[in-house]
Design a protein around this ligand. Structure first.
Ligand code: SF4
Ligand code: SF4
Length: 104
């Protein structure tokens, strides 16, 4: 599984269920998102980008040097902050201005 949904942060907005191209995410009976078919996730990060509540974490693969690291997104206005947390607790941030996406 490439992602983990933190139940305590999920507000049940349903955005991740809309964007997953494989329809792998659903809301459970308590209104929280969960992975229906974790093994089928191919890590496209659409759900991670869509979650405005930082409730979805993406595990970075060893092939890109991400052993044990995970990433989630925080959004403020047009900015997306990709927070990468390493196993020792260090947090690195990549800031993207979505209104200037052609600049990247
Ligand atoms: S987008 Fe985030 S907050 Fe909304 S249902 Fe999915 S995990 Fe929960
Ligand atoms: S990473 Fe992509 S394939 Fe996996 S659950 Fe999220 S949207 Fe679906």
């Amino acid at each position: 599984m490439s992602i983990r949904i933190e139940q305590e942060k999920c507000v049940g907005c349903g955005q991740c269920t809309e964007v997953c191209p494989g329809s792998l995410i659903e809301l459970n009976s308590t209104g929280k998102a969960y992975m229906r078919y974790p093994r089928d996730c191919w890590g496209c990060v659409s759900c991670v980008k869509e979650c405005s509540f930082g409730a979805i974490e993406f595990f970075l693969g060893a092939d890109i040097g991400g052993i044990g690291s995970k990433m989630h997104v925080e959004k403020k206005k047009s900015y997306m902050y990709w927070r990468i947390t390493t196993p020792d607790g260090e947090v690195k941030t990549i800031c993207i201005d979505t209104q200037k996406s052609n600049a990247y």
